[in-house]
Ligand binder design. Sequence first.
Ligand code: ADP
Ligand code: MG
Ligand code: MG
Length: 199
Amino acid sequence: ETALDAAFFIRWMTAAAASIDREADRLTELDSPIGDADHGSNMQRGFAAVRKLLETAAPQTPGAVLTAAGRQLISTVGGASGPLYGTLLRRAGKVLGDAERVTPAELNAALAAGVDAVSQLGGAAPGDKTMLDALVPAVGAGAAFDAAAAAAAEGALATVPLQARKGRASYLGERSIGHQDPGATSSALLFAALAEAAK
Ligand code: ADP
Ligand code: MG
Ligand code: MG
């Protein structure tokens, strides 16, 4: 198995920032009918700050990259998604510890722990029409990044017929049905960026 170093993790976060930037308008559009139309701008602001931080601070280990990125998301994203994504990355970073290089299997296990922490923090489970509908299948797909990205994209699409049970969209009750969840969509972008960084 190929070992992944800090440079790989910086490539991942940079690819994620670029993808969020490209898709920001779409994420905000998805957040219009079932939210407050800010998911794209929230994520764009957060990941621009992550990119800037990684350029200047250049953390030396995979765990330090994820921990720094998570902390930056928590401090720059006002919405629900900031603390949730921040928790995902910080927990994963903590699990990776101070190893110089990690295997894809170790990264998968660390992300799975991060996804558990998101579920703990937000009290949501798969089927509640949240980011977890993309994150849980993604980490469940294992250490192959292409498969994880495909599972996340599929999970995001599968939120359309669901009724939201957590977050702002849940206030709409049955009227949340028929719309794709913005957070599940941004989660799919993060896993697509991971697959891209691995190419
Ligand atoms: P806000 O709802 O505060 O405006 P965002 O628009 O940035 O924040 O993010 C909304 C997304 O956050 C939702 O689409 C959903 O995927 C995710 N989300 C909201 N609440 C929860 C929760 N309790 N658990 C998991 N994900 C959640
Ligand atoms: Mg919103
Ligand atoms: Mg908001």
